[in-house]
Write a protein that binds this ligand. Structure first.
Ligand code: HAS
Length: 549
């Protein structure tokens, strides 16, 4: 069991994560009804306010607090309890991130920041909103430094040894995060804040977007990699086997450090001001960042097959039936993985230069991110929640709660399938994203888009409603695991922190030489970004701010 101080910190992070989840999913529910014309909002509240709150609270805040909860718990479990300095930094990080979150939420709710979670200029929010975003990033950096400090202390005590897989993966994700944040910090501090407070008149829009996406794409891997940690480290334990290959697992994370950053232009393929050459180069690098996900898929299938065969599964697929389907911690994550097959394929379509023309800025993209961050990542976090909270509180994950957890996971699956399928189809037909207005004044060809069995706003609304009910069930389970469920007394009732054995005897030591990977990553970033960014700095025009709401 990890120490009481570390446990408290993890529980606070989880608590804030689920408060953000509660408000964020409620905003999601409102949104599908507004798009369906089934709800009129009061005058002080509008669609873009709700959309911003939904995106920020779920995609940025829920994920960030949950991820740090998982990291802190795992690092404390695998490397030992935090020392006083590490604890101090981690608490400071938590508090600063929380202050940023509260300030950002106040700005959004008071109608001063309806700029969506990508806060594209020249839409202009209150300067305090950008200050809040900067605080969130600084807070995560403080927490990151705490974890790096803890890791360095362990390395000093264990000279020449490879760190445990969980710690290695956490540090890889943190390296990725720190390098990625440089882009958003630069644009927020040097462009948005001076512009929003009126110290300068205009903002270089294309530069700000490019710096945002320098950060925005690795951001999606900051969400995904903690889920992958659970897939690599927790899942083998739940299915009763070892990590399939320690070197493969570490190498896949190294590839994410290298290739997840110099690819941001694939979000800007339709934008003027960046030449096709640089877009093409970054599309090629995007195809490189698909490789570690394919390695992960391979590793997962191997893990399942080895485990199933060990339990007597025969024939080509006999092992499949031997997986622990009755264990909701496993089933939730398995469904998460299954979602990532179409989710990842959709990503490959988005990244394919020409096909991007068809899907960009349509509901297809909204479908894509719901079956990447909204299912593979979120459902893995749910699977983690079911054991992490009772592990920390010492409460029982009772049979009744397990049943509820199954209902929750299945309903999330159904809701997400309905909503995201509808979004994908509508997007292919041409329905736009980032807008409340989607009827084109009742033009016949537009009305036609919404007449399919799956491709209509009602399906989306039904899906959204099921998702909301599922989210409320999850909140009920979380509250029970935190405060209500009886304390475990017998050994069998204590919930464990599942960490699988990982054989490091064949793992090359250079995989943990971070300077090599940071060096290669920086070289790739310079290659992909130096010239186009310099061109934008010198040639892209500035724009005054617009407040359209
Ligand atoms: Fe993406 C847009 C390309 C992955 C999230 N993406 C977005 C946006 C978000 C997002 C939020 O190239 C919208 C941003 C905005 O607001 O404008 N994405 C990709 C590519 C990948 C990818 C190439 N995206 C993600 C992940 C996300 C995420 C992960 C969140 C966590 N995405 C794009 C592009 C755009 C984009 C363009 C811009 C589009 C535009 O025009 O605006 C790749 O990383 C995907 C690789 C994944 C795979 C899948 C591997 C499968 C695995 C599962 C194995 C399953 C098992 C279970 C073992 C190749 C690992 C077996 C089960 C059985 C049932 C058999």
């Amino acid at each position: 069991m990890i120490g009481i101080q570390d446990r408290k910190l993890v529980l606070w992070n989880i608590g804030v994560a689920y408060i953000a989840f509660l408000i964020g999913t409620f905003c999601g529910l409102l949104q599908v009804f507004i798009r369906n014309d089934a709800l009129d909002l009061p005058a002080w509240l509008d669609y873009y306010q709700i959309l911003t709150a939904h995106g920020v609270l779920l995609a940025l805040i829920y994920t960030t607090f949950f991820i740090f909860a998982f990291f802190i718990a795992g690092m404390s479990k695998t490397l030992g309890n935090f020392g006083p300095k590490v604890s101090l930094f981690a608490w400071l990080g938590f508090i600063v991130t929380l202050i940023g979150t509260v300030l950002a939420t106040i700005m959004i709710i008071s109608g001063k920041a309806s700029v969506l979670y990508t806060f594209y200029a020249p839409l202009k929010a209150s300067g305090w909103y950008y200050v809040a975003l900067a605080l969130v990033v600084i807070g995560t950096w403080l927490s990151s430094f705490a974890l790096i400090g803890h890791y360095i202390a362990w390395k000093k005590r264990n000279k020449g040894q490879l760190s445990p897989l969980f710690a290695f993966m956490t540090i890889s994700t943190i390296i990725l995060w720190i390098i990625a944040c440089l882009g958003v910090v630069t644009t927020v501090v040097f462009q948005y804040i001076p512009w929003a407070f009126g110290w300068v008149d205009t903002i270089n829009v294309e530069l700000s977007r490019s710096l945002f996406w320098y950060f925005g794409h690795p951001l999606v891997y900051f969400w995904l990699l903690p889920a992958y940690i659970a897939w690599y480290v927790v899942i083998p334990k739940l299915v009763g086997t070892k990590v399939f290959s320690d070197s493969l697992a570490r190498f896949s994370f190294v590839l994410f450090i290298l290739f997840s950053i110099p690819v941001g232009f694939h979000h800007q393929l339709t934008e003027p001001g960046i030449s096709s050459f640089w877009k093409f180069l970054q599309v090629v690098l995007t195809f490189m960042v698909i490789v570690p996900s394919l390695m992960t898929a391979f590793s997962m299938f191997a893990t399942f097959e080895i485990s199933g065969r060990k339990k007597g599964g025969t024939g080509l697929f006999g092992w499949f039936t031997k997986l622990p389907w009755k264990d909701v911690r496993f089933t939730s994550i398995f469904i998460a993985m299954a979602f990532f097959i179409p989710g990842g394929a959709g990503g490959i379509i988005n990244a394919s230069f020409q096909m991007n023309e068809l899907v960009h800025n349509t509901l297809w993209i909204v479908g894509h991110f719901h079956i990447t961050v909204g299912a593979p990542v979120a459902m893995t976090f749910m699977g983690i929640t079911f054991w992490l909270i009772p592990y920390l509180t010492g409460r029982k994950f009772t049979k009744q709660l397990q049943k509820l957890a199954f209902i929750q996971v299945i309903s999330w699956t159904i809701g997400m399938l309905l909503m995201s399928t509808s979004q994908h189809i509508l997007g292919l037909l041409g329905a736009p994203r980032r807008t409340a207005y989607s009827g084109y004044n009742g033009h016949p060809s537009t009305l036609d888009w919404f007449s399919g069995i799956l491709s209509n706003h009602v399906t989306m609304a039904v899906g959204g409603t099921i998702l909301f009910i599922s989210a409320m069930l999850l909140i009920y389970i979380v509250a029970n695991l935190l405060f209500v469920s009886p304390k475990a007394k017998l050994k069998k009732d204590f919930v464990e922190f599942p960490i699988a054995e990982s054989d490091t005897s064949h793992t090359p030591k250079f995989l943990e030489n971070w300077w090599i990977w940071i060096g290669v990553a920086v070289a790739l970033i310079i290659m992909a970004y130096a010239l186009p960014l310099s061109d934008l700095i010198h040639n892209a025009p500035g724009s005054r701010g617009h407040i359209t709401w």
